[in-house]
Design a binder for this molecule. Structure first.
Ligand SMILES: Cc1cc2nc3c(=O)[nH]c(=O)nc-3n(C[C@H](O)[C@H](O)[C@H](O)COP(=O)(O)OP(=O)(O)OC[C@H]3O[C@@H](n4cnc5c(N)ncnc54)[C@H](O)[C@@H]3O)c2cc1C
Length: 406
C-alpha cells in the first residue's frame, strides 16, 4: 500500500511512527509538508523567541528521522488539491501523488482579522518557525511591541518579547480579563500580576482598529477603537486559530468546526483519514463540538488514525478538549474540564500565592483550576477523566493534599 501523510507536525509524526511500528516495512510511506524545515515543537516557539532555546533544541525528532524510517519526505511543497475518486493529491509544484490511504494532518492556521493595515511590515502572527524567524529578524532596533489577544499564545508571545529585551510590551485584550477560556477571575488576576511584575502592560475591553504605518511603510503604531494610539515597531496578532480544512472541504468532504471524522478518524471521503488541529472533536464532558487544538490530542489522534489506516480498528474516545497547562514567569496554571458546574469550591492562599478551584457535578470532579502551586495536577486530571466519585475527598483536594486521595 502507498500511505500518504500530509503534514509533519504532532499528528503527522505520530502517525508515521505508528505506521512503521505496526505496519513494518511492508508499506510505502510518503510525507508532504508545506514547511521547508524538519518537524519542530510549535509549543516551544516562544522559547525560541525569548532566546531560551535554539532551533536545534525545538526539533521534534532527529534530522534523519524520516530517512531512518524509510519514509520519503517532500518538504516545502503544499498539497493544493485532493481528488478522492482518483485517489490522488496534487502538489503546488504540479506533481500528483497517488495513494491507497491518505492522512490529512494539516493542523490549523492563525486567524487574521480584517483590520486595516494588518498586512503592514511589522505585523506578525506566531504559528510557524518562519513566523518566529521573521519576528526575531525584526526585533533589533525595536523597543515597543503590541500583542493583540490575551489568550495563551498572545501571553506567551508577550512574555517572550519582554524576555528578549523589548522595553515596552502592551497586550490589548478584548475581554475584561486574561485567558477567559481557561481561567476564572482569581487565577487570571494571578497571571496578570506576575506578567505586570515583569513589565508587561495590559489594556482591557479594547480592540485594535488599525495598524498604522510610518513614512517608510513599516508599522509605527497600533490604533485602538477608542482612539488611543500605541506607538510600536512590531505587533503580534494572536486571535485564535482556524483548522486547515480546505483540502477536504474542496474535495467534497464534510467540514464543521474542522474536518468531520468518524470514531475511527476517517473523514466522509473514502480512505481519507484526518487527525490533529484540522479536525472537529466532541468534548467528553460537555458534548460540545469544537476544533481540536492541543498538541497532546493531535499526537494521540495521529497514532490512532495510523492504526486505523492499517485496518486495525481502534476507536478514538471523545477527548477532554479543555486541558491546559502553562507557566507564565513564576506562575504555573493548569486548567482542565469545566469552569462552571453544580458546586464550585475555591480556596486562595495569599501567602503561598496558590489558588485551587474545583468544579463538581454531583459526586464527580468535572473540572479544576490550579494556579501557583500545581503539584498533583495529574491526580486531579485523572479524577476528571475517570469520573470516579471525588466529592468525599473535596477537602483534601481543595487543600492540595492529594496523596491521601489515592
Ligand atoms: C506558540 C504556540 C504555543 C502552543 N502551546 C501549546 C501548549 O502549551 N500546549 C498544547 O497542547 N498546544 C499548544 N499549542 C498548539 C499545538 O502546537 C497544536 O495543537 C499542534 O501543533 C497541532 O499539531 P498538528 O500536527 O495537528 O498541526 P500543526 O502543528 O499545525 O502542523 C500542521 C502541519 O501540516 C502542514 N501543512 C498544512 N497545510 C498543508 C498543505 N496544504 N500541504 C502540505 N502540508 C501542509 C504544515 O506544514 C505542518 O507540518 C501551541 C501553539 C502555538 C502556535
Amino acid at each position: 500500500m502507498h500511505l500518504l501523510v500530509i503534514g509533519s507536525s504532532a499528528a503527522g509524526v505520530a502517525a508515521v511512527e505508528t505506521l512503521r511500528r505496526l505496519g513494518g516495512r511492508d508499506h510505502r510511506i510518503t510525507v508532504v509538508t508545506a514547511e521547508p524545515v524538519p518537524a519542530y515543537s510549535r509549543c516551544l516557539l516562544p522559547d525560541l523567541l525569548a532566546g531560551r532555546k535554539t532551533e536545534a533544541a525545538i526539533g521534534l525528532r532527529p534530522p534523519d528521522f524520516y530517512r531512518r524510517l524509510g519514509v520519503e519526505l517532500l518538504a516545502g511543497v503544499a498539497a493544493v488539491a485532493l481528488r478522492p475518486q482518483e485517489k490522488r493529491v496534487v502538489l503546488a509544484d504540479g506533481r500528483e501523488l497517488a495513494y491507497d490511504r491518505l492522512l490529512v494532518a494539516t493542523g490549523a492556521g492563525p486567524v487574521l482579522p480584517e483590520i486595516p493595515g494588518v498586512g503592514v511590515q511589522g505585523v506578525f502572527t506566531l504559528r510557524t518557525l518562519d513566523d518566529a524567524r521573521r519576528l526575531l529578524a525584526a526585533m533589533p532596533g525595536v523597543s515597543r511591541a503590541v500583542v493583540a489577544g490575551g489568550g495563551l499564545v498572545g501571553l506567551k508571545a508577550a512574555l517572550a518579547l519582554k524576555q528578549a529585551g523589548l522595553e515596552k510590551v502592551t497586550v490589548v485584550v478584548t475581554s475584561p480579563r486574561l485567558l477567559t477560556r481557561q481561567l476564572d477571575d482569581r487565577a487570571a488576576a494571578m497571571v496578570e500580576r506576575e506578567l505586570a511584575g515583569r513589565g508587561i502592560d495590559f489594556i482591557y475591553n479594547a480592540r485594535v482598529s488599525a495598524f498604522l504605518p510610518g513614512p517608510a511603510g513599516n508599522l509605527a503604531a497600533v490604533l485602538l477603537e477608542d482612539g488611543r494610539e500605541l506607538p510600536c515597531g512590531l505587533a503580534v496578532v494572536a486571535k485564535g486559530v482556524r483548522p486547515n480544512a480546505a483540502l477536504v472541504a474542496e474535495a467534497g468532504g464534510r467540514v464543521g468546526r474542522g474536518i468531520l471524522v468518524d470514531e475511527y478518524l476517517c473523514t466522509s471521503l473514502p480512505d481519507v483519514y484526518a487527525a490533529g488541529d484540522c479536525i472537529q472533536v466532541t468534548d467528553r464532558l460537555t458534548g460540545e463540538k469544537v476544533n481540536s487544538a492541543l498538541w497532546t490530542l493531535a499526537f494521540e489522534q495521529g497514532r490512532l488514525a495510523a492504526t486505523n489506516m492499517l485496518g486495525l480498528r481502534r476507536p478514538y474516545p471523545a477527548p477532554l478538549t479543555r486541558l491546559n497547562s502553562a507557566r507564565f514567569g513564576a506562575v504555573d496554571v493548569v486548567s482542565v474540564g469545566r469552569l462552571e458546574g453544580e458546586e464550585v469550591l475555591a480556596e486562595y492562599d495569599a501567602l503561598q500565592r496558590t489558588y485551587r478551584r474545583l468544579v463538581f457535578h454531583g459526586h464527580r470532579l468535572a473540572g479544576f483550576i490550579l494556579a501557583g502551586r500545581v503539584e498533583g495536577a495529574g491526580i486531579y486530571t485523572a479524577l476528571v477523566k475517570s469520573g470516579r466519585p471525588a466529592w468525599g475527598y473535596r477537602h483534601q483536594l481543595l487543600q492540595g493534599r492529594v496523596g491521601s486521595v489515592f
